[in-house]
Structure formats: C-alpha cells, structure tokens
Design a protein around this ligand. Structure first.
Ligand SMILES: *[C@@H]1O[C@H](CO)[C@@H](O)[C@H](O)[C@H]1NC(C)=O
Ligand SMILES: *[C@@H]1O[C@H](CO)[C@@H](O)[C@H](O)[C@H]1NC(C)=O
Length: 424
C-alpha cells in the first residue's frame, strides 16, 4: 500500500510539475482568475458609441476608401436565440435578418447597405472578408458567413445538422448604398464556419471553429480543446462546382482570419489565446505556419494595423491587434441572455509588426494590453481595428481610433488612443 501511495505521489507531483505552467497560462487566458468585481477598465482618451451597429461580429478597414465594413445581425434577441458560432441553437425558427454595414471613421456614422438580389430573409452574420480586384479599385466583393438553420433538420433525426451555414458573395461599388448578391456557396466541408479570407471573388480560406455543432462531443471540444478543427481552401467555379480542400489542421479551435503585411495570413486559436502567423502556398493551397504568440486573453479576429503616417516622424506604429472576450466562461452562459444585459468583458492586446517575423527579437514578446472593458462600454470584444488620424489635422499628434465590436454587443465602440503611450 505504502509503495503504491509513494508511487502515486511521485506521479502526481510529476504531472503537476509538467502541467503547472500550461495550466496556469490556460487559466489566465480564460480569465478564470479575473473577477468582474475588481475588473480594471483600460480605455483611450475619449469614447464614441457607433449607433446602428447591433451584434456585429467582424470589422474590416478598407484602405483604398478609408471606410470600415461590417456585417451585423441587427437584433440582440434573435442573435441570442440562434447563433451556431456561440453554441446557441435553441430558436432556429427565429433567426436574424442581418445586413452589411459601412462605417465612416471620420463621421462615426454607420449606414446599412440595401441587399439587392438577395432572396433570403435570413442573414445570420459572422465573419466577413473584402476583396478589391487590382484592376478595379472602386469595387469591393464582400464575402460573408450566413448561419442558416437547416430546413431538413428535425428533433428526431440525427441525420441532418441543425445548421446549413454557407458563404454569401456580394458586390458593392464604393460610395453606393447597396450591395448586390451574386451567389451562395456551400460545401459539406464547410460545417462550422467562423471567418474567411477572400483570395478573389470566388476563392477563399475559411475556418471551421469546431468539429461538432452540438451535442456532448461539442462539450468535449470546449473542455479539452483537441485539434479537430480545420481551415479550408474553397474555390467556386460556378454555382454547381465548388471544390474545398483542407489547408491546415494543426491549429485547434482556429477562429478569426486576417491579412498581415505582404500576403501573410493570420489566424488564431481563440481559447488558447494564440495568434498564428502563416503563409499561403498557392501551388498546393495549404498554409505554412511560421510561428505563434500567446496572449493572456482569448484571441478572436486578429487584425494588422498598417501605420499610414510612419513617414511623418519616422515612428512606425504598425502592428497586430489580438481582441477577445475577457472571461471566456461567461460567453457560453451570457451570450444567450435575451435581454442583452448579462455582462461580457473584453481585452485587446497589441504586438508590434516585428513580432510577426519569425526569429525577430520581438517574436518572443508578450502582447501588451491596449483596451480592457468590464462590459459597460463594450459588450464582449470579437474584433478590433485601428484607424489612424492624420497628424496634419490633429496638431501633429500621432493618434488613432481603436474600433472594437462584439458579436452580441448593442453597439460598437471607438476609443481614441495615443500611439506613443498606448502602442509603444
Ligand atoms: C470542377 O472544377 C474543377 C477545377 O476546380 C475541375 O477539375 C472539375 O472537372 C470540375 N467539375 C465539373 C463537374 O465541372
Ligand atoms: C505544400 O507546399 C509547401 C512548400 O511550398 C510544403 O512545405 C508543404 O509540405 C506542402 N503541403 C502539402 C500538404 O503538400
């Protein structure tokens, strides 16, 4: 007996020793030791609420036009009741009819695009991606995830998935008030799409954030975080010929996607708090990961800020934003609150551009916290984007607006940040 006890003690001590650091880091990332009562907000100099931006998960800055693009569910009750991405599958008969939204960062006004040729009442929005053809800088193709409930699903059969998520392709002329629907793209491998990255108007990368949509195996995924998810390359020749191949399987829980500099592809392992830096190999349609960096919070949609005014004073504030929910456990419970009041915290981290280069001295750097909120100003960050302010119109000051949006938030927030104090 004593020998068994002795051996057990050794084994347990050994397990604790090897697991201590990763478990501690995991607890930090999930925010288990960050009580709401003692939450410290970190905001910029002034805050602006963007009206008419309800439940917008994703946000993109379109450099050529200087405008921000998003897709919003537009209704907190509907978004809370049906959104496969947050494991909210209780009200498939009442899905959102969302929209595409353009935000002018100079006026802080959001306007909804009218969707032409789109014969679906259902638009349960999630990730989007923009594609501007090199030979037509006035046109934007907007690719958007749509989580439709599956009409074939019944409570008694397990044959069909509850969701029939697909990708919608719209075309939009910059400055116009409309977007025309071109096509819907679905494929059996597109199961739990989260975000996408348009390579052209009919070719994209897309993440499946889970393997299972529902059921106890989804719980296994949430708890143990196995590498069952994948990232696909999808090519749609014409409506009936969609090919999809797996581009990457090594990132568990892959979630948001974004562009880094020079065609670099960014993805995240949300609940591990990691951003991954990768390159797309066009010849075999796969992604090669160069390295990853872990933050102390969840990382949802990664964004690369390219500082347009680096030439003004020789200081380049370009870098990566890593936004996410502050207390991950709250997400599963509070997401479904139909009153939209249950608090969801936010954290946004920043890494300088050099951290995106493998083996640079910053590639081992800890991301710095640039925004934190207890849920009172912004409900649960999923995306963050920086838009720089021209120093010529700002007394020479190097500042910008940090836009933060949340998948189940009543509005986006823009907070003005001072680059020298916040990003350095
Ligand atoms: C579908 O497109 C692929 C190339 O992407 C091609 O190889 C294949 O023959 C096409 N299939 C049909 C049925 O057109
Ligand atoms: C794809 O090509 C890259 C090199 O360009 C290589 O490292 C990788 O192993 C290839 N992947 C597959 C699945 O063939």
């Amino acid at each position: 007996m004593a020998v068994i006890l002795y051996l057990t003690t050794i084994v347990v001590a050994w397990l604790l020793a090897i697991l201590y650091a990763p478990v501690k880091q995991q607890i930090t990332v999930l925010g288990l030791l960050r009580p709401l009562e003692s939450w410290q907000n970190v905001h910029g100099i002034e805050n602006h609420i963007i009206q008419d931006t309800i439940a917008c998960e994703d946000l993109h800055y379109h450099e050529q036009s200087g405008l921000l693009y998003s897709a919003c569910q537009g209704d907190l009750v509907k978004a809370a009741g049906w959104f496969p991405g947050a494991w909210s599958l209780d009200y498939p008969k009442n899905p959102a009819s969302g929209s595409l939204v353009v935000i002018d960062p100079k006026t802080m006004k959001a306007r909804k695009l009218s969707l032409e040729n789109f014969y679906s009442d259902i638009f349960v929005t999630h990730g989007i991606s923009l594609y501007t053809p090199p030979d037509d800088q006035k046109t934007i193709y907007i690719l958007a995830i749509n989580h439709l409930p599956n009409p074939l699903w019944t409570p008694t059969s397990s044959e069909h998935s509850k969701a029939a998520s697909r990708v919608e392709v719209f075309v939009h002329k910059i400055g116009s008030n409309k977007a025309k629907h071109i096509r819907s793209i679905s494929h059996p491998l597109i199961r739990t799409p989260n975000d996408l990255l348009a390579l052209s108007e009919n070719e994209f990368l897309v993440t499946n954030d889970h393997y299972y949509l529902d059921g106890y195996m989804r719980l296994v995924e949430e708890l143990f975080h196995p590498a069952w998810t994948d990232l696909l390359h999808v090519h749609a020749n014409d409506a009936d010929n969609v090919t999809a191949t797996v581009s990457l399987t090594s990132v568990p829980g892959n979630n948001g996607l974004g562009w880094g500099p020079n065609g670099q592809v960014l993805t995240s392992d949300a609940t591990a708090g990691s951003i991954y830096f990768a390159d797309f190999q066009d010849h075999n349609k796969t992604l090669s990961v160069s390295h990853s960096i872990q933050a102390d919070g969840v990382v949802d949609n990664p964004f690369f800020f390219s500082d347009p005014y680096a030439g003004v004073d020789g200081k380049d504030y370009s870098g990566y934003l890593l936004p996410g929910i502050g207390r991950a456990g709250d997400f599963l419970t509070n997401y479904k609150d139909p009153t939209g009041k249950a608090p969801l915290t936010s954290l946004v981290y920043f890494l300088p551009a050099s951290a995106g280069k493998k083996d640079s001295e910053d590639s081992g750097k800890k991301p710095i916290l640039v925004f934190s909120d207890d849920g009172s100003s912004l409900r649960g960050a999923t995306t963050a984007v920086i838009v720089a302010i021209d120093p010529a119109t700002n007394d020479g000051k190097r500042q910008g607006w940090l836009f933060v949006t949340g998948v189940i938030a009543p509005h986006m927030l823009a907070t003005k940040i001072d680059f020298p104090t916040t990003l350095a």
